[in-house]
Structures are given as C-alpha cells and as structure tokens.
Design a binder for this molecule. Structure first.
Ligand code: SF4
Length: 343
C-alpha cells in the first residue's frame, strides 16, 4: 500500500503534513520529525494496550468491577479531559447537562489566566497562517515547544526576530509597559515597540504561577496599547478547543478548568485520554497512554481518535475544523462507550 497523508491527532496543532507508510510485517510507520508524534504513533500503531488495576494487568471485566465498586456511592462523577474530538465532546456535554457528570478541563494555569484576562480586556488573535505570513517579531512565553513541538516551525519563527521569556511576571510586564510608554524604550521594550507585527505565543508556564491572572491582565493592556499604532496578536493553542466550542454552542456556558481554585481539592473519578497538566491521580483513566498507578489507579484502553477511529476536531486556535482518519483497527471500544456503561 502506498504512503498516505494524514493529520496528526496528538496535539492541538494538528499538523497535516504527516505520512503513513507501510513497514515490515504488517506494521505501520509515520514519517515525522516531531518527537511527540513519533512516540505516540509508534505506541498506538505497533503496541497492544493492556487494562490494569493498581500495578497488575487486568481483564476489562476486572476493571469494570473495580470501577463499579469505586463509583457505587458517587451521585455524580468528576470527569476530566485535556480535550476530545467533536463526537466525544457532544456526549460529555450531554452527560454534564443531564447532571450525570461534572466535566472539567485539565488546563495549564497560564492558558486559563490568559483566557480569563483576554475575556475581560479583549485581545487580538490571529491564525497560524497570519502569523507565519506577517509577523516580524515572535515573543515566546514559557515552554512553547513542549506541548506543541512543531509550532515554531509552522509559523516560520526561524525567519523572524525572536524573544524568549521563560516565565513572565507582572513586574516585568509593568516595566516593559512603562519603558514603551516613555518613548525611549531599550532592549526588549525597544524590539517590541519597533515591531510592525508582534506575535506573542503563550506556552506552558508562560506566567509566574502565583500572579498569573495579574500578569495576563497587564499583558492584555499592553497589547491594547500596542495595537493603537502597530499589530500585536496572541496565539494560545487550546487542546480543549472542541469541548469549549460544544459547551458554548449547546449551553452558552464556559467549561470549568481544573486550574481554578474552587476545584483545587476535587477528586478525579475519570480521566478521558492523556493527562495534560495536573498530576492528580484519577480512579480510572480511559484511553491515551497508561500513566501508571501514580496517576491513575486503574487504566482501560480505548480507541484513539485519528488512529483507530475517525473523528473531527477543532484546531487549538479555534479557526478550523479538521477531519481525523482511522488508519488502523485495534478492536477497542471508545472511551465514551466505557463511560456510558459505568454511569
Ligand atoms: S506538533 Fe503536535 S500535531 Fe504536529 S506532529 Fe507534533 S504532536 Fe503532531
């Protein structure tokens, strides 16, 4: 069978330049220069996931029995996900609306802070293509490549001027703002002031965690000021863009984030797919890679959308809807099917 082009399901950038090629003995390989995609595709295409309870392999019936015991006295389950495809998002939203689950997003605190601040102050967003085509200065905050290893390549950051700030503080933004407004900016402030098109990338750990909201609000104000005379935009890729869109369409509400203080000590009953930011232990994780007993007491394998199940996702910048193809069949159930059986 010839190589075919596929969309990568393993982060919210959803690169569409991956090639699936036949390999030896009926196995498959994905041609990728992304370490995250290479590892995830190798696991999904060429290994058989095994159910587990505590540290021991288990049958699916043993996991179901364990889960039934754990959930027998729980009137509503706390279900956490970093993000899902459209069909799963609709099912989860339906369960939440019916009062069967509390749906929470496993989100990075910096991204949550930026969403809150930009919701209050307003901000200018842009597509990947806009930034690639027009930005002359890219200001990366936090670890941009950890969750989206090919982001800088996709926006052609190597051909632009760049600034990297590992962890932005409110004081640093205030000082930048003061320097830019003084009319005599120096160093980083001068680069920002002189850029014709500034693109700010909000990565993991972008803001100092105990002042993330204040820092994000000051940054939103700085953007507003810069946009009086120049173009300044922010890109914050959201792995849960599909779930947030479904929630907004169906209920006109925003989803709760695990980063919010009110959910700080909430137990996690079910995690759908891989853990993203929060290290708390779930009673059971359905799908994704088995995170081990420290992060999920039990693990139930499930289909991966974009590997052994077709689906649709909204890219992390919320600008396009993308189809993910099924490229193999591991004879597994969907995560949502397990959850429906256990409710
Ligand atoms: S950056 Fe993300 S979408 Fe692109 S190849 Fe890597 S894991 Fe896949």
């Amino acid at each position: 069978m010839p190589a075919s082009k596929i969309i990568c399901p393993f982060c919210s950038l959803h690169c569409d330049d991956r090639f699936l090629e036949p390999a030896a003995q009926g196995a498959w390989e994905v041609d990728t220069d992304c370490p995250k995609a290479a590892g995830e595709f190798a696991r999904a295409l060429n290994t058989a996931p095994v159910a587990r309870v505590d540290s021991s392999d288990a049958t699916v019936n043993q996991v179901a029995t364990f889960v039934a015991e754990q959930f027998s006295s729980r009137p509503i389950l706390n279900v956490v996900t970093a993000g899902t495809d459209l069909a799963t998002a609709r099912h989860l939203q339906g369960m939440a609306s019916a009062g069967k689950i509390q749906l929470l997003i496993d989100d990075c605190p910096s991204a949550t802070a930026w969403r809150t601040a930009s919701g209050r102050e307003g901000s200018v967003t842009a597509t990947l293509a806009d930034i690639r085509g027009h930005a002359d200065l890219v200001w990366a905050l936090g670890d941009v490549e950890r969750s989206h290893p090919k982001l800088l390549q996709r926006i052609d950051a190597g051909a632009k001027q760049g600034i990297l700030t590992e962890r932005l503080t409110a004081t640093a933004v205030a000082n930048l703002f003061a320097s830019i407004r003084s009319g005599k900016p120096m160093g980083t402030a001068q680069s920002i002031r002189e850029a014709k098109y500034l693109a700010i990338l909000v990565g993991e750990g972008a803001f100092e965690s105990d002042e993330a909201i204040e820092t994000a609000e000051l940054l939103a104000k700085l953007l507003w000021f810069l946009n009086q005379t120049h173009r300044a935009v922010v890109l914050s890729l959201d792995p849960a863009a599909t779930n947030r869109s479904v929630s907004a369409w169906q209920t006109n509400t925003t989803l709760e984030n695990l980063s919010d203080d009110r959910w700080f000590s909430t137990p996690i009953d079910v995690r759908i797919g891989n853990r993203y930011h929060h290290p708390r232990t779930a009673i059971v994780q359905i799908g994704g890679s088995d995170p081990g007993p420290d992060h999920a007491t039990a693990y139930m394998p499930a289909r991966t959308i974009g590997v052994d199940q077709a689906g649709v996702v909204i890219r992390g910048d919320s600008t396009v809807t993308l189809p993910l193809e099924a490229i193999t069949d591991r004879n597994l159930s969907l995560a949502i099917e397990w959850l429906q059986r256990w409710l």
